[in-house]
Design a protein around this ligand. Structure first.
Ligand code: DOR
Ligand code: ZN
Length: 352
């Protein structure tokens, strides 16, 4: 018999871009509807580099939600060449700031302030290990001569593994892991290494983006990989292994900025991630592990209580209808279209 409903502790999105200004106002409610908490990425312009920046950004998020405080934004700092021990101590002492994000300079959207010489950050990594402050990594090298599809695998060998060997006490999350190499590396670690996985990398391989026409709304970083990698990600996500948890990497850009000769990287999936994920877990015959992936493993990593509030997903005989776009002023953001019918959606008509 096909399972028709599943009840989850209200999920946490452990990797989310909410942006600022009009975009923030337009997208925030879509995360707050389906998620209890989210780890908020700091790649604004200028980036969120101090606790003070993070707290004022947090206030802007609450304002965008009309003062609704039931959704908790958990803030992060952007590691730069100017980050100091003092910044890290302040972050560790703040309940509102949960982690520090490492972007190799040039790796992705708004990463110009990122780290250029990783060796210079080792002292800060030691301090973070001492303070128990997790390091979230965008795990891609940015050398021009390295093929974009190899950036993650090379990052593991040339950047991540040396950091872990030098500072084994540092708690690290490989954000949006996209390769079998990444999954295997995390699975082989004894301790202090975790990974988030996105909705879109679980649903799509690179053919979806490149075959039969170029689909800019599937362009993201790290870029979609070949099918064998997607299969490895699905196995990890659906396994129940406590080291893997959801970070949607929902990253809105205006539709015009994506449908362009030089389109921006990012997929806006906050509005329909949970229905998509239920589909993935159903296909993998692992619905029983969906709650661990969306609602337990990430909370445990960050030392948080599991959310008491519950949500219900239901499976309908007709595909769920998600909006194609959401409005941002006179412009739009295109909602993630997984390219297949999705029969699951969150039932917002009841509170459990
Ligand atoms: O696709 C992406 N978009 N990947 C990232 O790492 C950043 C994000 C963004 O901020 O647009
Ligand atoms: Zn991201």
């Amino acid at each position: 018999m096909i399972q028709q409903e599943i009840v989850l502790n209200k999920p946490d999105d452990m990797h989310l871009h909410l942006r600022d200004g009009d975009m923030l106002s337009a997208v925030a409610e879509h995360s707050a509807r389906d998620f209890a908490r989210a780890i908020i990425m700091p790649n604004l312009v200028p980036p969120v580099t101090t606790v003070q920046d993070a707290l004022s950004y947090r206030q802007r998020i609450f304002a965008a939600l009309g003062g609704d405080t039931s959704f908790e934004p958990m803030m992060t700092l952007y590691l730069t060449a100017s980050t100091t021990r003092y910044d890290l101590e302040k972050a560790a002492a703040s309940d509102m700031v949960k982690a520090v994000k490492l972007y190799p300079a040039g790796a992705t959207t708004n990463s110009d302030s990122g780290v250029r010489d990783i060796q210079k950050s080792y002292r800060l990594f030691e301090t973070m290990a001492e303070l128990g402050l997790p390091l979230l990594v965008h795990g891609e090298v940015t050398d021009k001569e390295i093929d974009i599809f190899d950036r993650e695998a090379i990052f593991i060998d040339s950047v991540l593994d040396p950091i872990r060997r030098a500072i084994p006490e540092l708690r690290i999350v490989m954000e949006h892991v996209t390769t079998k190499n990444g999954v295997d590396y995390v699975a082989s670690a004894d301790s202090n290494l975790y990974a988030t996985l996105t909705t879109h990398h679980l649903m799509l391989n690179r053919n979806a983006m490149l075959v039969g026409g170029l689909r800019p709304h599937y362009y993201c970083l790290p870029i979609l990989k070949r099918e064998e990698h997607r299969q490895a990600l699905r196995a990890a996500a659906t396994s129940g292994d406590a080291r893997f948890f959801l970070g949607t990497d929902s990253a809105p850009h205006l539709s015009d900025a994506k449908e362009s000769a030089c389109g921006c990287a990012g997929v806006f999936s906050a509005a329909n991630s949970l229905g998509c994920l239920a589909t993935v877990f159903e296909e993998e015959k692992a619905l029983v592990n969906l709650n661990a992936f969306t609602s337990i493993n990430g909370a445990n990593f960050y030392g948080l209580d599991i959310n008491d509030v519950k949500i219900r997903l239901i499976r309908t005989s007709e595909p769920a209808i998600f909006p194609e776009h959401i409005g941002v002023g006179t412009e739009t953001v295109t909602v993630f279209d997984p390219g297949m019918p999705i029969y699951w959606h969150v039932d917002h008509s009841i509170t459990l």
